[in-house]
Design a protein around this ligand. Structure first.
Ligand code: HGY
Ligand code: MN
Ligand code: MN
Length: 410
């Protein structure tokens, strides 16, 4: 039997979820543990209940829907992604993976198929790492890469504490945030968020692994003073040092690998007044590469840039690491299941490493893991203009469903 999902229902479900936290610009503002994240979670739980799945929420808000399999001894196949978004993100990032997992189970129900392996659908807490760092936080706690007490104590830029926000939205569940079952494999569908599939004219991505990360923040401390009477040569301007650092970070990848990328994405300064010399500026770094040693080398170079910039302006500086994740490779069995599914669907596929982080990064620590990519038009993402055509959404979701069906077995 060729297993295929329902295209119209996939589109309808995508449009339904996209209304929760919708922005005027056609994107999503659905920050982790916000009111809109709560509404998206409630929507997700309702979908799970309609499918008759056993719903559980763990103590970090990771939310699961479980479906029995025919073989009680077979490991559970875990499917899903995340529903939280960037401040002005697109409607596909994370959501397409959750919806594709739901559509797969809906198709099993429609066909009355009982798979050999149990199936579980998941929505991970705070994949984006925008409001609270690090990224992939919920899945990281679940596999034991983060200490839950430390993550509970994290605060956002307004001072809201993660643990209180989780309780406020009603998603601090009872289950321990760790595997409660024996798992066979994890499979995640996600948009590529880069240009390679479109450039090569491929329909779907067969993902073989994910790059590693170093995230951190540097704080420059100068001296607030009056913008008028203070002579230029006596100033200690934290923003001048930070600006010097930002251009330095931009040069770091050129000295390393061809896949190295580095970004300063967030700036916070005080006192933030037009006629006061900036006293304190905090800027973040996000450095990635497929090779672990290159990431460490890159982090050292970033810190050297901070030291040089501070010295040139005569200000103090300090830093804190915010995240360190090593590159991961996916299990051959999962990569082959995705490749065979793409071939069975008649899709042109491209094997590739993900430049974006995903919850799949952490899953490799506890089970065989694989991913399917959907085309991102113009490679755009983390932007309201993020776009994947419904045809491309379907090609990837159909590949995903076929691969999940292979892993779950009849
Ligand atoms: O940062 C990332 O790559 C992911 O979007 N959290
Ligand atoms: Mn994502
Ligand atoms: Mn993202």
């Amino acid at each position: 039997m060729t297993f295929a999902i329902d295209r119209d229902r996939l589109v309808d479900t995508m449009q339904e979820q996209a209304e929760i936290g919708a922005t005027d610009g056609g994107g999503l503002h659905r920050l982790a543990l916000s009111e809109d994240d709560r509404r998206a979670r409630d929507w997700f739980v309702e979908q799970l209940k309609q499918l008759g799945l056993e719903v559980t929420v763990d103590e970090f808000g990771n939310t699961f829907g479980y479906r029995e399999g025919a073989d009680p001894d077979a490991g559970t196949v875990l499917l899903g992604s995340h529903l939280d978004s960037q401040p002005y993100g697109g409607i596909y990032d994370g959501a397409l993976g959750v919806v594709a997992a739901l559509e797969f189970v809906r198709e099993l129900e429609d066909r009355g198929v009982e798979t050999a392996h149990p199936i579980e659908v998941v929505n991970w807490t705070n994949e984006e790492g925008s409001r609270f760092q690090p990224a992939m936080q919920g899945s990281g706690v679940w596999v034991g890469d983060h200490d839950i007490a430390e993550e509970y104590a994290k605060a956002d830029s307004e001072g809201a504490v993660l643990e209180e926000e989780l309780e406020r939205i009603g998603y601090r569940g009872d289950d321990p945030a760790e595997p409660q079952r024996d798992y066979e494999a994890y499979l995640e569908l996600h948009i590529e968020q880069g240009p390679y599939l479109e450039q090569r004219g491929a329909d779907v991505g067969v993902v073989t692994g994910i790059v590693g990360f170093s995230w951190g923040a540097v704080t420059f401390e100068g001296e607030a003073d009056h913008a008028g009477p203070t002579p230029m040569h006596t100033r200690s301007d934290a923003l001048v040092a930070a600006s010097d650092f930002v251009t330095g970070v931009r040069r770091v990848p050129g000295a390393l690998g061809e896949r190295t990328v580095a970004t300063v994405g967030s700036v916070d300064l005080a006192p933030d007044s037009i006629n006061v010399i900036p006293e304190e500026v905090t800027v973040t770094w996000d450095l990635r590469d497929p090779d672990d040693a290159t990431i460490d080398e890159g982090r050292q170079r970033v810190l050297a840039e901070a030291d040089a910039a501070a010295a040139r302006e005569g200000v103090d500086w300090s830093f804190e690491d915010r995240m360190r994740a090593s590159p991961v490779e996916f299990a051959d069995g999962c990569v082959d299941a995705v490749q065979n599914a793409a071939d069975a669907g008649g899709y042109d596929s491209l094997r590739m490493v993900s430049g974006a982080g995903h919850d799949a990064t952490h899953m490799t620590a506890v089970m065989d893991t694989g991913m399917v990519f959907a085309v991102s038009e113009d490679g755009k993402s983390h932007n309201e203009d993020e776009y994947t055509s419904w045809d491309d959404c379907y090609s990837a979701a159909d590949t995903y469903a076929k691969a999940a069906y292979r892993l779950a077995g009849e």
